[in-house]
Design a protein around this ligand. Sequence first.
Ligand SMILES: Cc1cc2nc3c(=O)[nH]c(=O)nc-3n(C[C@H](O)[C@H](O)[C@H](O)COP(=O)(O)OP(=O)(O)OC[C@H]3O[C@@H](n4cnc5c(N)ncnc54)[C@H](O)[C@@H]3O)c2cc1C
Length: 523
Amino acid sequence: MAAKEYDVLIIGSGASGGMAAYTLTQMGVSCLMLDAGPAIDLAKDRGFKPVYDLPYRGFGEPGRFPHVVQANEFNANVWADEKQNPYTYDPKDPYNWVRVRLVGGKSLFWARMSFRLSDYEFRAKDHDGYGENWPIQYSDLAPYYDKVEPLFQVVGRKEGFPQLPDGVFLEDNSPDSECVQRFKAAAAQRDIPVTKMRRAMGRGQFASSFNLLIPPALATGKLDLVPNAVVREITVDKNTGLASGANFLDRHSRREMHAKARVVVVGASCLESTRLLLNSGIANSSGVLGHYLIDQFYITQTVQAVMPEARDGKAKRGLIGGGGYIPRFRNLKTREKNFLRGYALDFSSGGTPTPDVIPEYGEGLDKALASYQGAGFSGTTMGEVLSRFENHVSIDKDTVDAWGIPALRIQAAYTDNEFNMARDAMNTFDEVCRAAGLEVIAKHDKMFPPGYSIHELGTCRMGTDPKTSVLNQWNQSHDVKNLFVVDGSSFVTGGSQNPTMTILSLSMRASEYMAGRMRAGEL
Ligand SMILES: Cc1cc2nc3c(=O)[nH]c(=O)nc-3n(C[C@H](O)[C@H](O)[C@H](O)COP(=O)(O)OP(=O)(O)OC[C@H]3O[C@@H](n4cnc5c(N)ncnc54)[C@H](O)[C@@H]3O)c2cc1C
């Protein structure tokens, strides 16, 4: 029997692939979705497990997650196993590649912080002369953000900040505690904007392709979803040069099969998508496939402080609690001397400082912790990383995964631009905390290795010029017209905003375009 030919083959069922399936099937396009991971049992795989249920306290055999700082004994069952899915790097430039291989991908576990990019990112080169502009501008993507936010039920407060455009929010009218009000006032005196966190609430605080995108796509009858299908390569018709489908292996039996389609959509997550294209030997006439890897550098607990009035059991609701978000404020109207672009800060109050920053031990430490209980204030810095050709991925021919597929070698390092920005963030946060009357206990600017933010972006970037970019303004390969890459690999700049709202909006926009072209007989 001849294999069924679908209109579109979608590789990956996470945020980007899920949005492609959602959009295309609503427009009557038949889709086959392949995902390397199993379909999860929500209660078993997403919920926390009791420690006594977890061999080796959840880490399984030692060495499965050496780069996943986020793994702990309660959630170790969800991350991609690094023994099965290896990658390499120069030991002096470590990279923390954090992956989830389950139907739904990382969208099962994301923290749901939801922001729009602005023309400070889309037209970044116009603003400061560095790097490249995107081939689209904010107004091209705004109508798609408008559709994605209600679908994901994003809560936020409208502020009119040009660098963090407002969206279609469920309005957050919750009052700020006195501590947060004082911090905001001190920030405002320095022209530093503060807003409420913007977060996708989805259904019951679960906002995944698994519950919001794939079920409606399946309900159209137009989607077939095949879990445990590890895609090895995209196949190309030698006569036409067009993509014809993909070769994939069953995760358990390792039996190899082929899926056929008129159009191929890749949404396997940034670096897996690029790995797939590199292993397929396609879409790289520019030579830039794999290059311009970016992410956001993260510094957790940049500053740890306490509110003196909330110490010694006085941390009452109304006085302290809640948090907020400082969007980028550097290099908008003025120019910093020692770095380009900017950073954001995500802060919260009402916790307790960590013992490692309290210069006490024994009884003294116990007393200090008791006094600080609930009076803490801290924040995480999230900084833009400049897009540089040298930061890149390539195929490591000497390393293969458990299915014999060549692995990635990742080369990424931060530069003085990021280090100087990190120092500025630390000192600025410290200054605002002190001005707000908070007692600063510790500050630092030590960033995690690249990759830690789980916001890897670039390596298959969009652009108007096929000589310097892989995709056009519709996430469509310049070289292979029926190939679309719809995840974060298409980003040209990353900004300091978490990327998933932009990934979802780009995928929806590309999919609407694709369906239109297919209808017109052009694809
Ligand atoms: C703990 C955590 C917190 C986060 N917090 C935020 C946040 O607050 N805000 C934000 O914007 N973002 C956040 N993120 C990032 C967010 O989850 C990702 O940006 C988003 O999921 C990316 O979507 P994607 O489709 O590119 O990849 P994924 O959602 O990871 O989906 C990729 C899918 O492709 C499949 N796949 C991979 N390789 C293959 C192959 N060879 N063959 C077949 N299938 C394959 C995988 O199994 C997976 O299901 C967070 C992520 C994590 C893990």
